[in-house]
Design a binder for this molecule. Structure first.
Ligand SMILES: NC(=O)c1ccc[n+]([C@@H]2O[C@H](COP(=O)([O-])OP(=O)(O)OC[C@H]3O[C@@H](n4cnc5c(N)ncnc54)[C@H](O)[C@@H]3O)[C@@H](O)[C@H]2O)c1
Length: 355
């Protein structure tokens, strides 16, 4: 297959491309604007492959997308390009509306026009896979609020997004499903929980905590740190996405999660314990933890029911949170150059998204 991946220089997109080049025979066209979050350094290990091509293109630019589709004639699209950081969406929602909604619309139209030129089995086999988040479902009851079996997000959970980020991701999911229903355009959607792992831009909780810890800086925890996220190792997500684009059914939604519900404070403390072991110093890293004002509109709990993708596509995560987190900390310790290079711009891990 020839797969057009949007956002392939980002955290998850680069994991998908490394997976495609290293573990399949497929070809990849990486379409990425290279915002602050896109870094070609995350792809150096595959960039020389004859099966890899890169196009620096904004998904809002229709003429450029038309050129890319006409040139490469892909068999599938995996759409990951997005503005992805909730805190940034609070400070400045405009880029989120533009890329996540207008960009998805523009990509859908360019892909549909190209699909209409295909014939026979190539047209029938074409897939447009939209990669989305569990944040579109809003938040779930927290153990503080109820006892007994706590509910999980299923594929049928109604949408109730809380932040500008999740609201525009929800909007893009609706566009993708409408393009199937109205035009018969063969789409599928996945909604995944929080990812973590190597090559994660250090504005997100786990890499930010690792790097701040190593530099002796405060480890900021929002509110009481009791928010619950369901963590998935990024390479497990990449494998799940490949299963969906190659074996998933058109029109279906698949929730993807790691069965790893953790409170943020426990994630931070676990990173500190791993660092105490791998990079010991006179004081314990946990002494650097500081509690800061909570995020406005902060969702309290996310948790995914991933039984559908497990049952129908035989996917299960390979990493536990403990093995994945240790691998992640080890990767950041061994890849300080990558961390320094991606932070060359104006961002210095300062607090974002406080009103
Ligand atoms: N990170 C998570 O935990 C998580 C969880 C579930 C779903 N998702 C979804 O997965 C996708 C990828 O997330 P990520 O964490 O890798 O994001 P990221 O911010 O690390 O990467 C986004 C990539 O998209 C590119 N991009 C941004 N705007 C663009 C535009 N207009 N045109 C072309 N490229 C553009 C950036 O340059 C970057 O390479 C997103 O759609 C996100 O909503 C993320």
């Amino acid at each position: 297959m020839k797969i057009l991946v949007t956002g392939g220089a980002g955290f998850i997109g680069s994991a998908v491309i490394r997976h495609l080049i290293q573990n399949t025979q497929d070809s990849v066209i990486n379409v990425d604007k290279l915002t602050y979050a896109g870094n070609l350094e995350s792809l150096v290990c595959v960039a020389d492959s004859a099966r890899y091509a890169f196009e620096q293109v904004d998904i809002c630019h229709r003429a450029e997308l038309n050129r890319v589709f006409a040139t490469y004639q892909p068999d599938a699209v995996m759409h990951l390009a997005a503005e992805s950081h909730v805190d940034r969406s609070i400070t400045g929602p405009a880029d989120f509306i533009q890329t996540n909604i207008v960009g998805t619309y523009t990509l859908l139209e360019a892909a549909r026009e190209y699909w209409n030129t295909l014939e026979g089995s190539r047209k029938a086999a074409f897939r447009f896979h939209h990669i989305s988040t569990d944040e579109v479902y809003g938040d779930l009851p927290h153990p503080d609020e109820m006892t007994g079996n706590l509910p999980l997000f299923t594929e049928n959970t109604p949408y109730s997004p809380s932040s500008p980020y999740s609201a525009c991701k929800a909007s893009s999911d609706h566009l993708v499903r409408a393009w199937l229903r109205t035009y018969g355009f063969p789409t599928m959607v996945t909604n995944c929980s929080n990812n973590y792992g190597p090559y994660h831009f250090p504005e997100k909780l786990i890499p930010l905590v690792i790097l701040n810890a190593l530099e002796g800086k405060p480890l900021p925890v929002y509110g009481k740190g009791d928010q619950i996220r369901d963590w998935l190792y990024v390479e497990d997500h990449a494998r799940a996405l490949y299963k969906v684009v190659t074996e998933g059914k058109v029109g279906e939604t698949y929730n993807i999660g790691g069965h790893n519900e953790k409170q943020n404070i426990d994630v931070v403390k676990t990173i500190c314990v791993i660092l105490d072991e791998l990079r010991p110093k006179e004081t314990q890293y946990a002494e650097q933890i500081t509690f800061v004002t909570d995020r406005p509109g902060h969702d309290r709990r996310y948790a995914i029911d991933a039984s559908k993708i497990s049952r129908e596509l035989n996917w299960q995560p390979q990493e536990t949170f403990e093995t994945g987190l240790r691998k992640t900390v080890e990767w950041y310790l061994a890849n300080q150059d990558w961390c320094n290079n991606v932070q060359d711009g104006s961002y210095q891990r300062e607090r974002l998204g406080a009103l």
